[in-house]
Design a protein around this ligand. Sequence first.
Ligand code: HEC
Length: 117
Amino acid sequence: MTFEHISSYGAGTPSISNIRVVTSPEAMASYRVEGRTLPVGSIVIKEEYADPTCSTIIGWTVMRKEPAGYDASHGDWHWQRVRASDRQVLEDGRVTRCISCHDTPACTSRDWQCTQM
Ligand code: HEC
């Protein structure tokens, strides 16, 4: 699958210093539109890097849109965090820690996407 680039942040950004956000193509059309729900199967990935040139990867956080009913009160998103060094899945599923932070009007109004554009 080819991913499309949404956004990159340098140092001093909201959650972690150096990130790139990419998404599957079918998600891209909906991603930027306030109030639009991303299609089932959409994958949004935040790549977290150790350095501002985005050359040393630390890990990934991922959101995948599941069929309706997976987690209806939280946008039916499946959350996952993967450590880059050994590809270990550190968090997976309906992860409260992820949900609680993305559960703000600025994010939920864009189908739980928090990236500033
Ligand atoms: C401390 C608050 C916080 C927590 C906890 C958190 N996020 Fe986020 N997330 C953000 C913010 C803020 C952004 C916007 C990009 C940025 O500033 O890093 C974001 C962006 C993302 C993105 C890029 C898509 C988008 O625009 O929202 C994904 C994917 C993501 N987070 C997944 C996760 C997963 C999976 C977890 C749990 C393992 C998680 N997040 C936990 C705050 C959080």
